[in-house]
Design a protein around this ligand. Structure first.
Ligand SMILES: Nc1ncnc2c1ncn2[C@@H]1O[C@H](COP(=O)(O)OP(=O)(O)OP(=O)(O)O)[C@@H](O)[C@H]1O
Ligand SMILES: [Mg+2]
Length: 287
């Protein structure tokens, strides 16, 4: 609704993981490289974890895009609240098998066949499971068995609760299979400014964009550097500025946006947080 007012081609702070808006910090670059390297060098099992909204799905999507389709064949399971049988079915569907056998042994045979076919065509077969924190222990065990298939690669991405699942005694056989652990972290104060400018210019905006330096510092405080929160705060603040016909986004717009989003105190995810915000270093006591 504010695109025309700010001279934008499209929404700069859309919540879909859109590759054109991808902004990679040094740490995310390293995680992306680790992910692609692990798949191509057949490390078998990779786990990516991070706080809610820090860019796990975005990073997975980036890896899927940058690996050529003739080198890796992905079967992506985006919502793994499934029984072990359904998980197998989803994996099969992802590899293009549409006639799903009804019995479990037949499903395994079909999967072995699909994996062998990919191998024969020179492609690494990989099952990617997002939202892995939602896996049941039984489904996790099925994922471990998937990894037993010759050549099969498994990538799991999940929120930090996934660590709790992995800490369970029953999950130890799976845990031993993890060859590489990667993380996504919140952006630093400096990166928040770069992230906002990056998205702004990608959406067709003129640099340096409408956000006052103090507004950016306030975004750092309320978002804790979490990209999803940065997006919603910026989007709301731009709407308010547009409604006022104000071309600059000021600190008060950010505070208003944070209040309307019920982000009532600076970043809520930690008990205490310390952020460098330009020349101001603040230790925040959170609510
Ligand atoms: N590296 C990035 N570059 C550009 N935008 C990003 C990046 N990381 C995250 N975002 C933005 O933040 C939003 C949230 O990211 P994403 O959905 O990948 O987080 P997540 O860690 O998978 O969250 P959840 O824990 O809820 O699954 C994305 O839709 C995207 O708009
Ligand atoms: Mg996600």
């Amino acid at each position: 609704m504010y695109n025309q007012f700010f001279g934008l081609r499209e929404d700069p702070f859309n919540l879909t993981p859109d590759s054109r808006f991808l902004y990679l910090t040094w740490a995310q670059r390293r995680a992306l490289a680790g992910l692609t390297y692990a798949l191509l060098s057949r490390k078998r099992c990779v786990v990516l974890t991070g706080d809610v909204g820090t860019g796990k799905t975005t990073l997975i999507a980036a890896a899927l895009r940058c690996l050529p389709a003739d080198r890796v064949r992905f079967s992506v399971i985006a919502n793994p609240t499934l029984t072990p049988e359904e998980l197998l079915e989803s994996a099969l569907l992802g590899f293009g098998v549409t006639e799903i056998p009804s019995s479990k042994p037949q499903r395994w045979t079909a999967l072995e066949r699909a994996v062998a076919q990919e191998e024969a065509q020179g492609r690494v077969p990989a099952v990617v499971i997002d939202e892995a924190q939602k896996l049941s222990l039984e489904a996790l065990e099925e994922v471990r068995l998937l990894g037993n298939l010759e050549a099969m690669q498994v990538v799991l991405a999940g929120q930090k609760e996934f660590h709790r699942l992995l800490a369970r005694k029953e999950a130890q056989p799976f845990k031993q299979r993890i060859a590489l652990r990667l993380t996504t972290d919140p952006l630093s104060a400096e990166e928040v400014g770069e992230y906002i400018s990056h998205r702004w210019t990608k959406a067709g905006g003129t640099p340096p964009g409408p956000f006052e330096p103090q507004a950016v510092r306030t975004i750092v405080l309320y978002s804790g550097g979490i990209p999803r929160l940065i997006n919603v705060i910026c989007d709301n603040a731009l709407m308010t500025a547009c409604a006022e016909q104000t071309a600059r986004v000021e600190e008060r717009h950010i505070r208003q946006a944070a209040a309307s989003l019920d982000l009532s105190g600076p970043y809520e995810a930690a008990e205490d947080a310390e952020f460098e915000t330009g020349n101001h270093k603040g230790v925040l006591s959170l609510r």
